[in-house]
Ligand binder design. Sequence first.
Ligand SMILES: *Cc1c(COP(=O)(O)O)cnc(C)c1O
Length: 525
Amino acid sequence: MTINQSGWRPEMGGNKDGGTVSTFTGNRALMLEEPLIFEIGSTETTGVDFADGDVAGSRLGDLSRKAPIGLPGLSEPEAVRHYTRLSRQNYAIDLGLFPLGSCTMKHNPRLNERMARLPGFADVHPLQPVDTVQGALGVVEELARWLITLTGMAAVAMSPKAGAHGELCGILCIKAALEKRGEGHRKVILVPESAHGTNPATAAFAGFSVENIPATDEGRVDTAALEARLGPDVAGVMITNPNTCGLFERDLKRISDAVHAVGGYVYCDGANFNAIVGRVRPGDLGVDAMHINLHKTFSTPHGGGGPGSGPTVLSEALAPFAPLPFTQVDADGHVRLIEEETAGEDHPDSFGRMVAFHGQMGMFTRALTYILSHGADGLKQVAEDAVLNANYVLRSLEDTLDAPFAGSGPCMHEALFSDEGFPAGFSTLDVAKGLIDEGFHPMTVYFPLVVHGAMLVEPTETESKGALDQFIGALRSVAERAKAGDASLKSAPHFAPRARLDETQAARKPVLVWKDAAPTAEAAE
Ligand SMILES: *Cc1c(COP(=O)(O)O)cnc(C)c1O
């Protein structure tokens, strides 16, 4: 197979000269090269020309800067173009399918944005008198009621600001409940080996010790092993359902009953709620605490696009320990904000406070908009379509890629593949890099850890069959190239602004600070 420097191959069609012709600027049509900001501006220049101020001397005293700050001076258009060009090198859910497994990267409906920008929500201040923000608090209250109804739980703490933060909230509730019972000596949290990394981290951060529970061959928690480990030192379990192999933990109710029988609590990682919303109520499965990622299931922007929000629903047993503040509606419909622990009165057992104010108002507004625009039947269909799409991907590709749990029944929201059967020298990483050339963000790779060379694909319900077919075609093509030992795949991506980086070197010796003396090429990598 012939392959030129940029990776163009005859069968790709298109403009073959684009690969061999070099341009004066290094740009390739609308693909603009972008140097570091330090290489564009110079510390000698300044982008503004203010007249000298007429304030005599500095009012900073000893604190005034002794040496120049060393930032490059850029004009406004230079600064705007720099960041706009960089932003165009990003992949985003608004550009195409974003198949990250365990992350539910779904379309963010524009209606949500419109509602969140209404001045009554966008411009309120957390310190405003409660009487002036009744509408905003009403949104928090109504969303809370939806989350309680959808999960079948007793209460919800709205303030946690991400999934992992919600995990901490739930685990701190468990800790407070144990201490209240005089059983603070229970220090062990059991976590299946397929758990998201945040689960053991949360338990350890809250002062518990973590013990792993193995998975069965079919990719679910080994219930017998879990039951065998239960005892008076166990504070609780943390189980993700659906789990990170994309499978429903059918034994969760049995596990909850066994954990409760020995005096422990059940934390469920609800980040994958998208697959079961409207179909399964975790409260019915005996769950005591579960975070919900509004930025996954309820379509609020994810990652760099916006702050997360991780409300945590709680069982009757844990509700008294929920953090402050929370909202409460009086008989006359007036929403109150409970901000203080008042012994003997409202909320004497709260474990405390997790955030300065009330949580992510903008995300609450977006999530409630999403819920109301779908309605109860629409939310149920979200789960059904998400599961249908994932199974379509799984069954379309199981003839090409190893699918370790394809025999465990239908998957839930995500399809799991592996690089089993690839020729020596080819692995999951090559498939991920090849997908970049095809214009897709790679799926989650090498996770869950229980599967060697894992590729975890979560298409979500918002993709059409046409979009899925295109993605499946691309993944099939790249996987076939890997299986055929196509050497060009080893140096993919060829069409991205940067080719394959030395990831070991980047991890071990990251160059994070621009230094004037560093050769440009090294600094730019
Ligand atoms: C995303 C995710 C988390 C963590 O949520 P953040 O909002 O990123 O902190 C936890 N568990 C699972 C299974 C997840 O997918």
